[in-house]
Design a protein around this ligand. Structure first.
Ligand code: AMP
Length: 184
């Protein structure tokens, strides 16, 4: 049973790799960025609240994202496992997730850190062409990553849940490495 958290900076290839792995393992891929973009497109109350933060490259407030994840992890399709992509992004989100998973009885979670140096990330993000991928916003997202999300590496490695995968190599090679580290 795979229950996986994908950590890593914006542009590390988390989304691409998480989608591929979820397909292969037949488990849902849960991306908080995707859920938020969908909410934004539908102009739902959540989308309206989140938009300003997303446009600036800031994090959407913890309570909004946490409620969203809690709802998603109560759906029926999560019994066979799941991949969380883009959540948690702060230590308080990680603490919230811990409690939620305990309540759900979901243990043996593996955390995968996709590693890529900053200069490569900026190059990749600029090439991606998403509306929130302008240079200023990209720099802000990286700053936010270093300040708020990077501490999660320590949080999970202290608990011996963290595995490193080198994201700075061709897609196929990252894919192979991922398959090797994910416990069957
Ligand atoms: P992503 O697609 O993961 O890069 O997310 C796009 C944007 O959605 C981010 O820049 C944040 O504004 C917001 N977002 C996604 N996940 C989270 C999260 N766990 N906490 C706060 N904001 C998030």
């Amino acid at each position: 049973m795979a229950r996986l958290i994908f950590l890593g900076p914006p542009g590390a290839g988390k989304g691409t790799q998480a989608v591929a792995l979820a397909q292969k393992l037949h488990i849902p891929h849960i991306s908080t960025g995707d859920i938020l973009r969908q909410a934004l497109k539908m102009r739902s109350p959540l989308g309206v609240k989140a938009q300003g933060y997303m446009d600036r490259g800031e994090l959407v407030p913890d309570n909004l994202v946490q409620a969203m994840v809690e709802e998603r992890l109560h759906q029926d399709d999560i019994d066979s496992g799941w991949i969380l992509d883009g959540f948690p992004r702060t230590v308080s989100q990680a603490e919230f997730l811990d409690e939620l998973l305990q309540k759900l009885g979901h243990n043996s979670v593996q955390v995968i850190n996709l590693d890529v140096p900053d200069d490569i990330l900026i190059e990749r993000l600029l090439g991606r062409g998403r509306p929130d991928d302008t240079e200023d916003v990209i720099r802000r997202r990286l700053e936010v990553y270093h300040a708020d999300t990077k501490p999660l590496i320590g949080f999970y490695s202290d608990r011996h849940q963290l595995v490193y995968v080198n994201g700075n190599q061709p897609l196929e090679a990252v894919n192979t490495d991922l398959h090797e580290v994910v416990a069957p």
